[in-house]
Write a protein that binds this ligand. Structure first.
Ligand code: SF4
Length: 315
């Protein structure tokens, strides 16, 4: 049985932790909540450099977020991707009436908050003694306990076993930092790791967990038609689940009319498919239903997907 590494972990965090991350120095639960949602699918560097501060400046409180327009929220989220996060954040703010729940159980009732995020907010904002389990922590646990099997339910048991309930904030932050700087996916730096002494997987860390069979991402071929009337272009606000609320040009599987001008090709990788689209310009004024005309300046104020931004750059 491996011994508890808590004392070493605490000391390591005091000496090497990323103490200056703004969501660690700002105790406001709302700011911690925003950071946790942004960090779900995005790297710390990107969140820090481009999104966290402008978002909090625009929506400084939960109430300010709840009272905003969803379009404005999506615009501030533009470029972060995974827009469901922004829609859920907004819906949660409206549900909260200005007061974020102060415990993990109630946080779980909010849209977009799963167990790990609820634990993270509760541990960081309210010092609730709960372990977190983001992708970095999962990797550490698999290696630390030499687990080949991927089983989240069992992994939570291991998360609780290793957890230091006397220091929930420091322990969880230390685990996140070790995952981000030492127990790296491809080149774990075991000799520098405070868990090294008791880690069961340190002799062959890459064996844990067993690698997944690589899935081949499907490619969706589409034609994007930019309808133009004088200096205005036609867009529609998406109501589909995917990219809901963002504005987009006309997209179709149909063949374009031979009179349309070919503008070029765009490729966009999404998590579950790759979009490859040929882009055409149509200057005939037959506008598909539901579309609206916008000038280039007005388009700059709308929230667009990365693919549609690429279309704009072809114009
Ligand atoms: S000793 Fe190596 S494998 Fe184990 S947790 Fe630390 S970095 Fe990861």
């Amino acid at each position: 049985m491996n011994t508890s590494p808590h004392a070493t972990l605490l000391q390591w965090y005091a000496d090497h932790g990323r103490h200056d991350l703004p969501w660690r120095t700002n105790p406001d639960p709302y700011a911690i909540y925003v950071s946790e949602i942004m960090l779900q699918q995005t790297q710390v560097k990107t969140v820090l450099e481009r999104f966290y501060f402008p978002f909090l400046e625009r929506f400084p409180t939960l109430t300010a977020l709840a009272e905003a327009d969803l379009d404005d929220v999506l615009k501030m989220w533009e470029g972060l991707g995974y827009y469901t996060r922004a829609r859920n954040l907004y819906a949660a703010a409206r549900q909260c009436n200005g007061q974020l729940p102060d415990n993990a159980l109630d946080l779980l009732n909010l849209p977009g908050i799963g167990q790990s995020t609820a634990h993270a907010i509760a541990a960081f904002a309210y010092r609730e003694p709960l372990p977190i389990m983001d992708a970095n922590v999962k990797r550490i646990l698999h290696r630390y306990y030499a687990l080949t099997e991927r089983n989240d339910k069992k992994l939570w048991d291991y998360a609780y076993t290793l957890f230091d309930s006397a220091h929930p904030f420091e322990y969880n932050q230390a685990m996140m930092d070790i995952g981000a700087t030492i127990c790296l996916p491809k080149k774990p730096l075991c000799p520098l790791c405070p868990l090294e002494k008791s880690c069961l997987g340190k002799t062959s860390p890459l064996a844990y967990p067993a690698s997944k069979a690589k899935k081949i991402k499907p490619v969706r071929f589409r034609n994007i038609i930019v309808y133009q009337k004088e200096n205005r272009y036609a867009l529609i606000q998406r109501r589909t689940r995917f990219l809901s609320g963002l504005w987009s040009f006309y997209e179709s599987e149909d063949k374009p009319d031979i009179h349309m001008k070919y503008l070029g090709e765009i490729i966009q990788n999404y998590s579950h498919f790759t979009l490859e689209a040929h882009v055409y310009l149509c200057t005939e004024s037959v506008l598909p239903e539901g579309y609206e005309w916008f000038s280039v300046e007005e388009i700059a104020q709308l929230s667009l997907s990365r693919a549609d931004h690429k279309v704009v750059s072809l114009l």
